[in-house]
Design a protein around this ligand. Structure first.
Ligand SMILES: [Zn+2]
Length: 268
């Protein structure tokens, strides 16, 4: 076996820049001796490596990746005794090993790169999702704050008319409403029992003209029996309304009352 046969397998590793300094020195000494065959092999290996760089341009593979690749190629080259025989016997040409090295490097790099990209994309998606959730939360808080401010203004404005709404059932609490001629109407209750299953409470405006009750908002008391129902644009004017009434209705409310009023309050 000639000297350069021993180094053929290392040429591609040399082209990849994966050799330790001792091996590198030996290879360089051999090349410096003027072996045309090894010089040509190196040229080809470098061409393959340059093509690789072209195929996977985003980042340099890490030294660790190169090291692992080199180990794999060396293990393949060492193989079993029969395999080694085949290699030593030059049945497998040097450029096939260069090709194996190139493929291994490319596939290892692609796998690394793909996982890296997938992680980065997943991370960005998580961030976007968190930002979206945060923005939704803020918008919700802002909406709730606006409604609360609006209710507070109606409740405290001297132009608002206070309406007491006594219950028909003496065991039920009394409700209170405030009606501002421009800002709207707020009804509040405390310790109000929850309506039956799939039922809601609904507010009605009884017109002075004696017409049919006009449907307004539906609402539920919370776990403590507290509720605040705001109507920004009541279906009729304060001055045209004789009374407010609240009934229990099926989910979604009704176009006209389907049960007797549980609370009624005279407006004027
Ligand atoms: Zn040689």
């Amino acid at each position: 076996m000639s000297t350069h046969d021993q180094f053929r397998e290392l040429i591609e590793a040399y082209a990849l820049g994966s050799l330790d300094s001792a091996d590198r020195a030996v290879i360089e000494a051999h090349l410096a001796s003027g072996c045309a065959e090894c010089a040509k092999a190196l040229e080809e290996a470098r061409w393959i490596v340059s093509q690789l760089a072209h195929l996977a341009p985003a980042a340099e593979p890490s030294d660790m990746l190169k090291g692992r690749l080199l180990q794999t190629v060396r293990a393949e080259a060492a193989g079993g005794p029969g395999r080694q025989e085949a290699v030593r016997g030059a049945a497998v040409p040097w450029w096939l090993w260069a090709g194996v090295a190139a493929l291994l490097l490319f596939s290892a790099y692609s796998t690394w790169n793909e996982r890296h990209l997938r992680d980065a994309v997943a991370n960005l998606q998580r961030q976007a999702e968190a930002q979206r959730a945060e923005r939704q939360k803020l918008e919700q808080q802002l909406r709730a704050a606006k409604i609360q401010a609006h209710e507070a203004m109606i409740w405290s404005d001297p132009k608002s008319v206070k309406i007491k709404m006594p219950p028909k059932d003496p065991n039920m609490p009394q409700l209170e409403a405030m009606w501002h001629p421009e800002m709207g109407l707020v009804v509040r209750g405390w310790k109000v029992p929850s309506p039956g299953e799939k039922r809601v409470l609904q507010l009605w405006l009884i017109p002075k003209t004696g017409g049919k009750p006009m449907p307004s908002v539906t609402f539920w008391p919370d776990a403590d029996g507290t509720f605040t129902a705001m109507v920004e644009n009541p279906p009729d004017a304060l001055s045209d309304t004789q009374a407010l009434a609240i009934t229990e209705e099926p989910m979604g409310g009704s176009p006209q009352p389907t049960s007797a009023p549980m609370w009624v309050g005279g407006v004027s």
